[in-house]
Ligand binder design. Structure first.
Ligand code: PGA
Length: 253
């Protein structure tokens, strides 16, 4: 059975104290997660070890980094390598979030290097893809997303791609309050799975979790997650509020 995952993408938010109490509140809530369901907190680098320790060996909860370097090591001031993340026991890393593509000029080629290095360090990349409003309005979203997948993921072996989680995040829906409709999400997720199946085969494509991201909140999560090709969500704003985030987790099918 495919994994269903809810990722909290805190971005550059919360103080250390706020972060601790948010995670505490979520951990002490009664959640009956199924064996194939996971919750991942993608936290700023300085909080990784602390949040990981707070979670301890609680099943189904993990910590992720929000980024990693595109080079293995060396004179790259301010960068953090996947090997370092692996060294402190981190299992997931977000790669290619649209904010990094935009503000840090990360292109498909650089993201390919990051994906390769993360996998080399046994870390699951949470690979983000998604089109801008202009691309959607000109109805080029399918080719655009296919291109992102091809350029950053098609070098992988079947064994490697199985370790990747995909997050479809239409840029026009991120932090805008505007969500893709349930139909738009399902349609793109099915397309992504089809693209993956052309390169890696149907069985492999069927095993890959594809998350939806972009203004998911307590009130719309269930409808989005109910689609057959949507395997959870990447949650920004709504992950900063315990009540809201718990409702989202409980909306998993
Ligand atoms: P949002 O962000 O939920 O605030 O729209 C999603 C994301 O950027 O991952």
């Amino acid at each position: 059975m495919r994994k269903q995952i809810i990722v909290a993408n805190w971005k550059m938010n919360l103080s250390n104290i706020e972060a601790e109490s948010l995670v505490d509140e979520i951990l002490k809530a009664t959640l009956s997660l199924k064996d194939n369901q996971q919750v991942v907190f993608a936290v700023p680098f300085p909080y990784l070890i602390n949040i990981k320790n707070i979670i301890g060996n609680k099943n189904s909860f993990f910590v992720a980094a929000q980024n990693c370097a595109s080079t293995k090591n060396g004179a790259y001031t301010g960068e953090v390598s996947s090997e370092m993340l692996d060294g402190i026991g981190i299992k997931y890393v977000i790669i290619g979030h649209s904010e990094r593509r935009l503000y840090n000029h990360e292109d498909n080629k650089v993201l390919k290097q990051k994906v390769d290095l993360a996998l080399e360090s046994n870390i699951h990349p949470i690979f983000c893809c998604g089109e801008s409003l202009g691309t959607r309005e000109s109805n080029n979203q399918n080719t655009f997303v296919e291109h992102q997948l091809r350029e950053s993921l098609f070098q992988l072996t079947t064994e490697q791609i199985k370790k990747v989680v995909i997050a479809y995040e239409p840029i026009w829906a991120i932090g805008t309050g505007k969500t893709a409709t349930s139909e738009e999400a399902q349609e793109m997720h099915a397309h992504i799975r089809k693209v993956l199946s052309t390169q890696f085969g149907i069985t492999t494509a069927e095993s890959i979790s594809i998350l939806y991201g972009g203004s998911v909140k307590g009130s719309n999560a269930e409808e989005i997650f109910n689609n057959s090709d949507v395997d959870g969500g990447l949650i920004g704003g709504a992950s900063l509020n315990a009540t809201e985030f718990l409702t989202i987790i409980k909306s998993l099918k």
